[in-house]
Design a protein around this ligand. Structure first.
Ligand code: CA
Length: 182
């Protein structure tokens, strides 16, 4: 892994997510903060991030990493092992934005991906209880950070989640997620 020196990315004051650069230090004793994907307990990654989805075999672990930030000091290390769909999500409640187009994005850097592994973003409609938009997914290692993006109108009710969705067996970094609604 080459050293990266990109410094702090500009903070977009319009970004609706909390802790989008994963920069907020955790209160975890290890100083990182980590979410083992059991659903209970919820994620301890600061900034309203929550893990989801228990499963019998395999799983996904999210750890705030100091090793490979795209910007700032931290990024999110995602490690999936024979996982079904696993998500790290952040809920947004924006009834005033219904019908306006949201754009969600994040940068990912996939270190290793076994056959069948996938990493992508989606929007989960909390009213309809379904995915309403998905970014392209990445299923192979990448040479550098790669941007994933999607756009969709804010659904009826305005309650939705941005989800970082991973399955199969892979190791990747995620940084700088964003939800913008002009
Ligand atoms: Ca960061």
């Amino acid at each position: 892994m080459q050293a990266r020196d990109m410094g702090m990315c500009p903070i977009d004051p319009q970004n609706l997510l909390q802790n989008p650069g994963f920069e907020t230090p955790s209160v975890e004793p290890d100083g990182n903060g980590k979410a083992v994907n059991t659903g209970i307990p919820a994620s301890s990654i600061p900034g309203k991030w929550d893990g989801c989805c228990s499963q019998s075999g395999g799983g996904t672990t999210w750890t705030v990493s100091l090793g490979t930030p795209r910007c700032g000091l931290r990024s999110l290390l995602v490690s999936s092992t024979s996982a079904n769909a696993n998500v790290l999500n952040q809920t947004l409640q924006l009834p005033a934005k219904v019908g306006k187009t949201l754009t969600a994005s994040a940068y990912v850097f996939v270190q290793q991906a076994s056959a069948g592994a996938k990493l992508g973003l989606d929007i989960w409609d909390l009213t309809a209880n379904k995915v309403i938009a998905s970014s392209p997914t990445i299923s192979q290692s990448t040479a550098d950070w790669q941007k994933l993006e999607l756009s969709i109108p804010v659904p009826s009710g305005g309650n939705f989640q941005l989800r970082i969705n991973t399955s199969g067996t892979l190791t990747a970094y995620v940084d700088d997620p964003s939800v913008l609604i002009p």
